[in-house]
Design a protein around this ligand. Structure first.
Ligand code: C2E
Ligand code: CA
Ligand code: CA
Ligand code: CA
Length: 275
């Protein structure tokens, strides 16, 4: 029994060691990823339901890790946040996304995700202003997506940063709406331009009346507060029909397209707009 116990302990220890080593090499590799040119942005179209045309693209980060291939953001963004690497990586994404978008048709915007950790730096607004300046993108074509996953607005300084961003003339979207705990509290603290209803919620709308009623009410409320509503993760014609019926303004999801490399954006706009 003793030997078995010892064996179990050793197995557990080895497992922990491997996990630590895995995370350590992830950190080391990630810290050089920008210099080695391993980071990329994929772009996913967001369709304006009224016009039926592409209104914007969301920039989604990809890490083409040496010898290991493509790593999804869910795997490396948390590490980037833990290590502080999210600051240079976030700056890179902002500048790169704006530069790409500057080459698109003028009516197409770009949406960039901001980590709550980027709000801890005092000069986030300066970074955004710099990205706009370097790229020449007009501020009205940049949307910043803020996630509610951290108690971001509980902090007055963060609210000040949000107002400073707004003063630059960019739009601000509240991402993943319906997943957090402070959803409604957020809405009366800051006037967002756009509300992105989370995919998990969109998934449930074909399963019952309740979810549709909630979506309907959320959309009405958002409109009354001067916000537009984007449904995330729409994959089927049935989901599309429902989010349209409940009044959503924009749709994003595999139904229209998966995220594509920057080089395919032009062709995708042409095909979705039916040109
Ligand atoms: P998000 O901001 O909610 O982005 C939407 C995610 O849903 C993307 O996953 C996208 O590929 C996926 N998606 C879009 N349509 C569909 C659909 O119809 N079905 C399904 N199943 N999924 C769909 P992705 O690219 O893996 O990104 C995951 C998360 O990583 C993002 O969630 C965002 O929170 C974070 N992220 C991505 N890029 C960045 C970045 O540049 N900076 C920061 N801070 N976070 C990022
Ligand atoms: Ca997002
Ligand atoms: Ca989202
Ligand atoms: Ca999400």
């Amino acid at each position: 029994a003793k030997a078995a116990g010892g064996g179990c302990y050793r197995v557990f220890e080895t497992g922990m060691g491997e996990e630590l080593r895995r995370r350590q090499t992830l950190k080391v590799d990630l810290s050089g990823a920008i210099e080695r040119g391993e980071l990329e942005l994929a772009f996913q179209p967001i369709v304006d339901l009224r016009s039926g045309r592409v209104g914007s693209f969301e920039a989604l980060m990809r890490w083409n890790r040496a010898r290991r291939g493509l790593v999804a953001p869910a795997e490396f963004i948390p590490t980037a946040e833990e290590t502080g690497l999210i600051l240079p990586i976030g700056r890179w994404a902002l500048e790169h996304a704006c530069t790409e978008a500057a080459g698109w048709p003028a009516e197409v915007k770009v949406a960039v995700n901001l980590s709550p950790f980027q709000f801890r730096q005092t000069d986030l607004a300066q970074d955004v202003a710099a990205a706009l300046r370097v790229s020449g993108l007009s501020p009205g074509r940049l949307v910043l997506e803020i996630t509610e996953s951290l108690p971001l607005l509980g902090n007055c300084e963060n609210l000040t940063v949000l107002h400073r961003l707004r003063e630059l003339g960019v739009q601000i979207a509240l991402d993943d709406f319906g997943t957090g705990y402070a959803s409604l509290g957020y809405l009366h603290q800051f006037r967002f331009d756009n509300l992105k209803v989370d995919r998990s919620f969109v998934c449930s709308i074909t399963k019952g009346r309740e979810a549709r009623t909630i979506l309907h009410a959320v959309t009405r409320m958002a409109h009354m507060l001067g916000m537009t509503v984007t449904a995330e993760g729409v994959e089927t014609p049935e989901q599309l029909r429902h989010v349209q019926m409940e009044g959503c303004d924009h749709v994003q999801g595999y139904f229209f397209s998966r995220p594509v490399p920057a080089s395919e954006v032009g062709a995708l706009i042409a095909s979705l707009n039916g040109a």
